[in-house]
Design a protein around this ligand. Sequence first.
Ligand code: 13P
Length: 237
Amino acid sequence: MRHLIAGNWKMNGLRSSLNEITKLKSLLAASQRAVDVLVCPPVTLLERLVVAAKGTVVKCGAQDCHASASGAHTGDVSAEMLSEAGAEFVIVGHSERRADHAEADVLVKAKAEAAQRAGMMPIICVGETQNERENGRAIDVVTNQLLGSLPNSGEFVVAYEPVWAIGTGLVPTLADIEEMHGVIRGKTAPAVRLLYGGSVKPSNAGDILQVANVNGALVGGASLKADDFHGIIDAYK
Ligand code: 13P
Protein backbone atom coordinates (compact mmCIF):
# COMPACT_ATOMS: atom_id res chain seq x y z
CA MET A 1 0.00 0.00 0.00
CA ARG A 2 1.31 3.45 -0.90
CA HIS A 3 1.25 5.65 2.16
CA LEU A 4 -0.24 9.16 2.23
CA ILE A 5 1.08 12.29 3.89
CA ALA A 6 -1.72 14.86 3.83
CA GLY A 7 -1.52 18.51 4.84
CA ASN A 8 -4.59 20.29 6.17
CA TRP A 9 -4.02 24.03 6.03
CA LYS A 10 -7.31 24.71 7.85
CA MET A 11 -8.29 28.42 7.67
CA ASN A 12 -4.73 29.51 6.91
CA GLY A 13 -3.18 30.73 3.71
CA LEU A 14 -3.22 33.64 1.30
CA ARG A 15 -1.74 33.64 -2.18
CA SER A 16 1.71 34.27 -0.75
CA SER A 17 1.47 30.90 1.02
CA LEU A 18 1.83 29.20 -2.36
CA ASN A 19 5.52 30.06 -2.10
CA GLU A 20 5.67 27.14 0.33
CA ILE A 21 4.44 24.87 -2.47
CA THR A 22 7.20 26.11 -4.74
CA LYS A 23 9.67 25.31 -1.98
CA LEU A 24 8.07 21.93 -1.29
CA LYS A 25 8.35 21.03 -4.97
CA SER A 26 12.08 21.58 -5.02
CA LEU A 27 12.56 19.71 -1.72
CA LEU A 28 10.54 16.77 -3.08
CA ALA A 29 12.40 16.77 -6.39
CA ALA A 30 15.66 16.38 -4.49
CA SER A 31 14.41 13.49 -2.31
CA GLN A 32 12.19 11.04 -4.19
CA ARG A 33 10.01 9.22 -1.66
CA ALA A 34 7.51 6.48 -2.51
CA VAL A 35 4.60 8.17 -0.74
CA ASP A 36 1.59 10.14 -1.91
CA VAL A 37 1.63 13.79 -0.89
CA LEU A 38 -1.57 15.79 -0.53
CA VAL A 39 -2.21 19.43 0.33
CA CYS A 40 -5.68 20.63 1.33
CA PRO A 41 -5.63 24.46 1.24
CA PRO A 42 -8.57 26.76 1.92
CA VAL A 43 -10.96 26.57 -1.00
CA THR A 44 -9.94 30.03 -2.22
CA LEU A 45 -6.48 28.70 -3.08
CA LEU A 46 -7.51 25.35 -4.53
CA GLU A 47 -7.36 26.21 -8.22
CA ARG A 48 -4.08 28.09 -7.84
CA LEU A 49 -2.62 25.16 -5.93
CA VAL A 50 -3.68 22.79 -8.71
CA VAL A 51 -1.75 24.94 -11.19
CA ALA A 52 1.27 25.22 -8.88
CA ALA A 53 1.34 21.45 -8.24
CA LYS A 54 0.88 20.38 -11.86
CA GLY A 55 3.52 17.90 -12.99
CA THR A 56 4.62 17.12 -9.41
CA VAL A 57 3.66 14.34 -6.99
CA VAL A 58 1.64 16.82 -4.91
CA LYS A 59 -2.09 16.14 -5.07
CA CYS A 60 -4.73 18.70 -4.11
CA GLY A 61 -7.72 18.34 -1.85
CA ALA A 62 -10.41 20.22 0.05
CA GLN A 63 -11.32 20.40 3.73
CA ASP A 64 -15.09 19.91 3.57
CA CYS A 65 -17.95 19.61 1.08
CA HIS A 66 -21.73 19.83 1.11
CA ALA A 67 -23.65 16.59 0.72
CA SER A 68 -25.79 17.90 -2.16
CA ALA A 69 -24.55 18.48 -5.69
CA SER A 70 -26.13 21.95 -5.94
CA GLY A 71 -28.94 24.02 -4.49
CA ALA A 72 -29.96 26.75 -2.07
CA HIS A 73 -27.13 26.39 0.46
CA THR A 74 -25.56 29.81 0.85
CA GLY A 75 -21.87 29.69 1.54
CA ASP A 76 -21.46 25.97 0.92
CA VAL A 77 -19.43 24.26 -1.78
CA SER A 78 -20.40 20.93 -3.37
CA ALA A 79 -18.17 17.95 -4.04
CA GLU A 80 -18.80 18.37 -7.76
CA MET A 81 -17.50 21.97 -7.60
CA LEU A 82 -14.38 20.89 -5.73
CA SER A 83 -13.74 18.09 -8.18
CA GLU A 84 -14.07 20.47 -11.10
CA ALA A 85 -11.59 22.81 -9.39
CA GLY A 86 -9.08 19.94 -9.30
CA ALA A 87 -9.52 18.38 -5.86
CA GLU A 88 -8.88 14.63 -5.72
CA PHE A 89 -9.50 14.24 -1.98
CA VAL A 90 -11.89 15.83 0.55
CA ILE A 91 -11.49 15.78 4.32
CA VAL A 92 -14.86 15.17 5.99
CA GLY A 93 -15.86 15.02 9.64
CA HIS A 94 -12.81 16.84 10.97
CA SER A 95 -13.26 17.40 14.71
CA GLU A 96 -13.21 21.17 14.14
CA ARG A 97 -16.23 20.81 11.85
CA ARG A 98 -17.90 18.35 14.20
CA ALA A 99 -17.41 20.91 17.02
CA ASP A 100 -17.79 24.28 15.23
CA HIS A 101 -20.66 23.24 12.96
CA ALA A 102 -22.28 20.49 15.02
CA GLU A 103 -21.68 17.92 12.29
CA ALA A 104 -22.93 14.50 13.33
CA ASP A 105 -21.93 11.11 11.93
CA VAL A 106 -24.92 10.86 9.60
CA LEU A 107 -23.93 14.13 7.90
CA VAL A 108 -20.27 13.10 7.74
CA LYS A 109 -21.32 9.90 6.00
CA ALA A 110 -23.47 11.85 3.51
CA LYS A 111 -20.50 14.13 2.77
CA ALA A 112 -18.18 11.15 2.31
CA GLU A 113 -20.65 9.64 -0.14
CA ALA A 114 -20.92 12.99 -1.94
CA ALA A 115 -17.14 13.03 -2.37
CA GLN A 116 -17.27 9.51 -3.84
CA ARG A 117 -20.17 10.49 -6.11
CA ALA A 118 -18.02 13.33 -7.49
CA GLY A 119 -15.10 10.95 -8.10
CA MET A 120 -13.00 12.06 -5.14
CA MET A 121 -11.51 10.15 -2.22
CA PRO A 122 -13.01 11.12 1.17
CA ILE A 123 -10.71 11.30 4.19
CA ILE A 124 -13.04 10.56 7.09
CA CYS A 125 -11.85 11.87 10.46
CA VAL A 126 -12.62 10.26 13.80
CA GLY A 127 -11.19 10.74 17.28
CA GLU A 128 -12.04 10.97 20.94
CA THR A 129 -11.84 13.99 23.27
CA GLN A 130 -9.53 14.11 26.28
CA ASN A 131 -12.45 13.53 28.58
CA GLU A 132 -13.54 10.47 26.62
CA ARG A 133 -10.02 9.01 26.74
CA GLU A 134 -9.66 9.69 30.46
CA ASN A 135 -12.95 7.91 31.06
CA GLY A 136 -11.80 4.85 29.13
CA ARG A 137 -14.28 5.47 26.33
CA ALA A 138 -11.89 6.23 23.44
CA ILE A 139 -12.37 2.92 21.63
CA ASP A 140 -16.16 2.98 22.01
CA VAL A 141 -16.37 6.57 20.78
CA VAL A 142 -14.20 5.94 17.72
CA THR A 143 -16.00 2.67 16.94
CA ASN A 144 -19.35 4.47 17.00
CA GLN A 145 -18.00 7.28 14.80
CA LEU A 146 -16.82 4.68 12.28
CA LEU A 147 -20.15 2.86 12.30
CA GLY A 148 -21.98 6.13 11.68
CA SER A 149 -19.59 7.91 9.33
CA LEU A 150 -18.13 5.37 6.91
CA PRO A 151 -19.81 5.00 3.52
CA ASN A 152 -21.42 1.62 2.80
CA SER A 153 -19.14 0.95 -0.17
CA GLY A 154 -16.45 2.47 -2.34
CA GLU A 155 -12.99 3.72 -1.47
CA PHE A 156 -12.11 6.00 1.40
CA VAL A 157 -9.30 6.95 3.79
CA VAL A 158 -9.74 7.11 7.57
CA ALA A 159 -7.85 9.60 9.73
CA TYR A 160 -7.61 8.94 13.47
CA GLU A 161 -7.18 12.33 15.12
CA PRO A 162 -7.56 12.39 18.91
CA VAL A 163 -9.14 15.81 19.54
CA TRP A 164 -6.81 16.46 22.48
CA ALA A 165 -3.74 15.92 20.28
CA ILE A 166 -4.72 18.49 17.65
CA GLY A 167 -2.61 21.63 17.83
CA THR A 168 -1.51 20.89 21.39
CA GLY A 169 1.88 19.21 20.98
CA LEU A 170 0.42 16.22 22.83
CA VAL A 171 0.60 12.84 21.12
CA PRO A 172 -0.75 9.47 22.30
CA THR A 173 1.81 6.81 23.15
CA LEU A 174 2.82 4.62 20.21
CA ALA A 175 1.04 1.75 21.97
CA ASP A 176 -2.20 3.77 22.14
CA ILE A 177 -1.91 4.70 18.45
CA GLU A 178 -1.29 1.05 17.59
CA GLU A 179 -4.25 -0.08 19.67
CA MET A 180 -6.66 2.40 18.05
CA HIS A 181 -5.41 1.76 14.52
CA GLY A 182 -5.85 -1.96 15.16
CA VAL A 183 -9.46 -1.31 16.18
CA ILE A 184 -10.05 0.80 13.05
CA ARG A 185 -8.43 -1.86 10.85
CA GLY A 186 -10.87 -4.36 12.30
CA LYS A 187 -13.70 -2.26 10.83
CA THR A 188 -12.07 -1.51 7.47
CA ALA A 189 -10.65 -3.51 4.56
CA PRO A 190 -6.88 -4.18 4.40
CA ALA A 191 -6.48 -1.74 1.48
CA VAL A 192 -7.99 1.25 3.33
CA ARG A 193 -5.32 3.77 4.27
CA LEU A 194 -5.42 4.73 7.95
CA LEU A 195 -3.78 8.05 8.78
CA TYR A 196 -2.77 9.31 12.20
CA GLY A 197 -3.26 13.04 12.88
CA GLY A 198 -2.55 15.30 15.85
CA SER A 199 0.70 17.18 16.50
CA VAL A 200 2.69 15.26 13.89
CA LYS A 201 6.09 16.94 13.47
CA PRO A 202 9.35 16.00 11.73
CA SER A 203 10.68 14.97 15.16
CA ASN A 204 7.97 12.38 15.92
CA ALA A 205 6.92 11.33 12.39
CA GLY A 206 9.57 8.62 12.05
CA ASP A 207 8.25 6.74 15.11
CA ILE A 208 4.54 7.29 14.43
CA LEU A 209 4.73 6.28 10.78
CA GLN A 210 6.26 2.93 11.72
CA VAL A 211 3.37 1.90 13.96
CA ALA A 212 1.36 -1.07 12.65
CA ASN A 213 -1.67 -0.01 10.58
CA VAL A 214 -0.51 3.61 10.35
CA ASN A 215 -0.45 4.25 6.61
CA GLY A 216 0.35 7.93 6.66
CA ALA A 217 -0.39 11.17 8.48
CA LEU A 218 -2.84 14.05 8.44
CA VAL A 219 -0.81 17.11 9.35
CA GLY A 220 -2.11 20.51 10.44
CA GLY A 221 0.32 23.16 11.68
CA ALA A 222 3.45 21.48 10.36
CA SER A 223 2.00 21.36 6.82
CA LEU A 224 2.08 25.15 6.54
CA LYS A 225 5.86 25.31 6.22
CA ALA A 226 7.52 23.41 3.39
CA ASP A 227 10.55 22.49 5.50
CA ASP A 228 8.44 20.95 8.27
CA PHE A 229 6.05 19.19 5.91
CA HIS A 230 8.95 17.84 3.89
CA GLY A 231 10.63 16.73 7.11
CA ILE A 232 7.58 14.54 7.81
CA ILE A 233 7.57 13.13 4.27
CA ASP A 234 11.30 12.54 4.61
CA ALA A 235 10.64 10.36 7.67
CA TYR A 236 9.98 7.58 5.14
CA LYS A 237 13.57 6.53 4.75
P1 13P B 1 -1.97 19.65 14.05
O1 13P B 1 -1.02 18.85 13.19
O2 13P B 1 -1.76 21.11 13.96
O3 13P B 1 -2.04 19.12 15.44
O4 13P B 1 -3.45 19.41 13.42
C1 13P B 1 -3.86 18.14 13.12
C2 13P B 1 -5.10 18.21 12.31
O5 13P B 1 -6.15 18.59 12.80
C3 13P B 1 -5.03 17.84 10.89
O6 13P B 1 -6.28 17.71 10.32
